[in-house]
Ligand binder design. Structure first.
Ligand code: URA
Length: 239
């Protein structure tokens, strides 16, 4: 990879700015000052420093966020604050984006990455990756609803949902449930409950496959995935 591309990818400025930086003589490859933007480096092997600081190059970033209510899951939005806007500058340089969407009022597990292939596979309905949600429901959730969800319910646009696993945690005028779905239609969980005449009043995603939300993350906090978690996701999606 060219040194100017590597440095630009790592947030040291545009290609033009990086060219200027190289001219200052403060970029070294294996301790030798370099000035040519065309120089090829091997990010795995060569040691690159800028002002004496080692550049820890990597292509991809994988973050787990506990999405807070009130932010939209998008990279940009004309009127609303996005989950990307609360990331630190050192993470923003990777141009990450959210994997799939959670509604503005939904909380919980949101993956943020710049690995398009992984993101695509995690959200593809073909892959059948189960997403587990916790929800508070206005209305009494019954064994009958459980059966209906298992066989598929018809949403307001006529779409029949794939089998979904409903667990009733508590049932009464207000119920608490967990639901595992393998698809991600627009407002899917809310619309599934509307299909059985009930209303979701709180929604939080707990898991994608077996990757669970880190309960130490408060809403709005995030961290990088551990090697183990990333390995699990790659296996899950056959990458
Ligand atoms: N289903 C919904 O209705 N909303 C979400 O944010 C996620 C799933």
């Amino acid at each position: 990879m060219r040194i100017d591309k590597l440095l630009a990818n790592m947030g040291y400025g545009t290609r033009k700015e990086v060219k200027g930086l190289l001219k200052t003589g403060n970029v070294r490859v294996n301790e030798e000052p370099v000035s040519s933007p065309k120089l090829h480096v091997n990010p795995e092997k060569d040691q690159v420093t800028v002002y004496g600081e080692t550049v820890d190059y990597r292509e991809f970033i994988y973050l787990m966020m506990n999405k807070p209510a009130g932010l939209v899951s998008a990279t940009e939005d004309a009127s609303e604050e996005t989950v990307i806007e609360i990331l630190q500058p050192e993470d923003l340089v990777f141009n990450p984006f959210p994997v799939g969407r959670l509604d503005k009022d939904t909380e919980g597990l949101l993956l943020i990455t710049n690995d398009g292939q992984l993101a695509h596979r995690l959200t593809s309905p073909k892959k059948d990756v189960g997403k587990t949600y916790f929800a508070v429901i206005e209305g009494e959730v019954t064994e009958n609803d459980k059966e209906k969800f298992l066989h598929g319910v018809t949403l307001d646009d006529g779409y029949v949902t794939k089998p979904a696993e409903l667990s009733i945690l508590s049932s009464g005028p207000v119920s608490e449930i967990e639901l595992i779905i393998t698809e991600g239609k627009f407002h899917q969980v809310k619309r599934m409950f509307e299909a059985v005449d009930k209303k979701v009043t709180y929604l939080k995603r707990l898991k994608m496959g077996n990757l669970g939300l880190d309960h130490d993350l408060h809403p709005g906090e995030y961290r990088e995935l551990s090697d183990e978690e990333l390995h699990y996701l790659k296996e899950l999606t056959n990458l």
